[in-house]
Design a protein around this ligand. Structure first.
Ligand code: C5P
Length: 217
């Protein structure tokens, strides 16, 4: 075990988008660079935690000192998170697709008739892990990207998902949070909401990890 305030603790972090195949050459995805999730994984490792980062397809590099599992779909991300348990901390930063497509084995051809896609709901990884009665991580953190009614939606999400904290951010028109270097968030827990000033994603990650350390000290 290393040194640091989180030495001996295991943290699982999800990051990036998921890709849901339509056919062998096409997919649907969410917008996510993986920057915030990767920064959190890095900050947790710097605090001495053993970190498993489960990431969808991103162009940012694997953080050093972190065990990375690369996945494409939400179902694969779910399986990788389950395989990484038990954990003390779980941070669900990934922009997971809510649905997957009933896939076509072969590339869909342009035929004059528009193709129809059937969508199937994906597992909600955060909700599933947070609602476990056995083996639930001590601290389960979710993210909420909202374009309107940020606080109401985040508060409702905290309850619905069963997590301990929701980190909410406004990704509405005019926001450069998605893909950008900076973030502006509100931390929502059972005691209320706390607005954090706009800062780099690295600074947000450091601040978040400081808060996690308080929980474990
Ligand atoms: O419900 P919504 O997608 O807005 O919730 C966002 C939070 O839930 C994020 O923490 C995200 O990582 C997590 N999530 C998940 N699995 C899903 C959908 C969302 O873990 N299928």
């Amino acid at each position: 075990a290393g040194s640091g305030a989180l030495a001996g603790r295991h943290a699982i972090v999800t990051s990036g988008p998921t890709h849901e195949a339509i056919d062998p050459v096409r997919y649907i995805a969410n917008r996510s660079s993986g920057r915030q999730g990767h920064a959190i994984a890095q900050a947790l490792a710097a605090a001495g935690a053993r970190v498993t980062l489960v990431t969808g397809p991103v162009s940012v590099a694997d953080p050093s000192g972190v065990s990375c599992v690369h996945v494409e779909s939400a179902r694969a991300m779910h399986a990788a998170v389950e395989a990484a348990l038990p954990a003390d901390i779980a941070v669900f930063c990934a922009a997971v697709a809510d649905w997957h497509v009933v896939t076509s084995e072969h590339k869909i051809k342009k035929s004059g008739i528009l193709p129809q896609f059937s969508l199937v709901e994906n597992p909600d990884i955060l909700s599933d892990i947070a609602h476990r009665t056995e083996g639930r991580p001590t601290l389960v953190i979710g993210f909420a990207a909202e374009t309107e009614h940020l606080l109401d939606n985040a508060t409702a999400k905290l309850a619905r998902k069963g997590c301990d904290w929701i980190i909410a951010n406004d990704v509405g028109a005019g926001s450069d949070v998605m893909g950008g270097e900076a973030n502006e968030v509100v931390l929502v827990d059972k005691n209320g909401a706390e607005h954090w000033a706009r800062a780099s994603k690295t600074a947000i990650a450091d601040r978040l990890v400081s808060r996690m350390i308080e929980v474990f000290s």
